[in-house]
Ligand binder design. Sequence first.
Ligand code: NAP
Length: 289
Amino acid sequence: MDHDTRLSGLPAPPPQGAAALPPGTYDGTLVLVTGGGTGLGKAIAAEFARLGADLVIASRSEDHLRPAQQELGTRVTAAVCDVRDPARIGALFDACPLPDVLVNNAAANFPVPAEDMSAHAWRAVVDITLTGTFLMTREFGRRHLAARTPGSIINVGASYAWTGGPGYAHSAAAKAGVRNLVETLAVEWGPYGIQVNGLVPGLMPHEDMTADIRGTLEHAADQDRRQPALRVGAPRELGWAATFLASPYARFITGHTLVVDGANWQRRALVGPPVVPVRDQMGRDPFTG
Ligand code: NAP
């Protein structure tokens, strides 16, 4: 059966460079974005910068941070920091004024069937994605509590936190923990003026995607037609959502996780497609032990 060629999907977003909030919304504000040198973290950082924020972008690799620092403008500090290391995190916070906003965007991910997953792979992803988010958040929270200042935290998640993610047992479990942390800490720290929210991107291809993830996407042609929106997301759409969530216009929103994915994660079919085991989808031979 031919599909209806008149379907338009969700409208395209405004162009790169448009801002969703009044100019200067973040004037005088410092925003710290982990993993801000690449991909979606860089896109989030760019939207905060457009609205006047000073930025700290933090990750492990100078090679990721330096080009992004140049691209993002003059009020950007690049800081080498591994979010798994509490001492490095303490040093990062010592080296700059206390940020008003923390965006926990750094994460690690690669697809692998659970039966093939090494303990090292599991630990690496959970340590960066879940423990790293907690350690950054704890440092930010401690310092704001001690200083009696308000703050806003955004944890970047993934929709398989709710649904599970075949091929991504480590990352899906870690993101479920990240989402849960949002709910716990919003209640613990609300009395101190600290908001904690989650932000979940849908499929938002970008030039920094790892070869593993890119390879999985290339397996399935025509990503636009696989989305209820009939298009994938643009990274700036995530940036706009982040700048709203941490803004004065969202002060009563906390403990919430906002999904920006064109409803892809709620997708169901009248009759489900045949089940294909993950190892078959990945072109792996049968598991023999
Ligand atoms: P990405 O390009 O792989 O970026 C990951 C970033 O995290 C990199 O900048 C990396 O920089 C940093 N990082 C990794 N390990 C770190 C560590 N130990 N300490 C500090 N920084 C570390 O990912 P992305 O596609 O932009 O995704 C960004 C976020 O969105 C992630 O939380 C991801 O789970 C989520 N997400 C993305 C999509 C999508 O469509 N792209 C969909 C759902 C969810 P260094 O290598 O320099 O450390």
